[in-house]
Design a binder for this molecule. Structure first.
Ligand code: FNR
Length: 189
């Protein structure tokens, strides 16, 4: 049966490079893997336990259900100040309070893209740390850190055009599919 991945975007910027990468994933994915974008994390309010106690926002509940139903999650995000953008951390904080917690035992791959040389590596390790507490199964390798991304995305069409990057990401999605098959053999038998 085909695998269904969902992508979670950590940038709210209209011309986001990371959005360009996320948009490319369905066309990059190997045979038998579909990638569907989740809704915008910009629709989540700032997390507060008081707001949560009034009831989970519809955008949070909807995303939690989509994640729960998916075989795996691909998080595509910029690095802000050597860490995870606040909006993405906010989304993770919301999702972590939903019961059943949708990222528990969920295979997850991380992609970061940056105009800088090292492609958001530091954000990846902070994100991994949070995902340990959520008990997600984060793919170890290959690590997708896309440096100097402005040379890899078409400035006019905002399409990820760099062939080597597309091939690398295809390999990462293949590795995520292999992880899904290892950790959840029942759903893929
Ligand atoms: C950045 N940027 C950045 N880049 C990086 O490689 N490491 C970093 O720590 C930071 N820090 C940072 C903080 C803030 C508040 C902003 C706004 C930006 C630059 C960042 O990579 C660049 O703006 C990207 O274009 C953001 O990704 P999107 O929105 O294009 O996907």
């Amino acid at each position: 049966a085909p695998l269904q991945f969902v992508s979670l975007l950590g940038s709210l910027r209209k011309a986001s490079f990371n959005a360009a990468v996320a948009r490319a994933l369905p066309g990059i994915a190997p045979e038998g893997v579909g990638v569907t974008p989740l809704g915008s994390i910009g629709d989540f309010p700032h997390y507060s336990q008081d707001v949560q106690e009034e009831g989970f926002p519809a955008a949070v509940t909807a995303m939690a259900q989509q994640i729960a139903a998916a075989d795996a999650v691909v998080i595509v995000t910029p690095e802000y100040n050597y860490s995870v953008p606040g909006v993405l951390k906010n989304a993770i904080d919301w999702l972590s309070r939903v019961s059943p917690q949708p990222l528990a035992e969920k295979p997850v791959a991380i992609i970061t893209a940056s105009p800088g040389m090292i492609g958001g590596a530091r954000a990846q390790y902070h994100l991994r740390q949070s995902l340990v507490f959520l008990d997600a199964y984060v793919l170890n390798r290959p690590e997708a850190m896309i440096g100097q991304v402005m040379g890899k995305v078409d400035a006019r069409t905002l399409e990820l055009v760099d062939a080597a990057t597309r091939e690398f990401l295809r390999g990462q999605l293949g590795a995520l599919a292999a992880l899904v098959r290892r950790v959840s053999p029942r759903t893929t038998a």
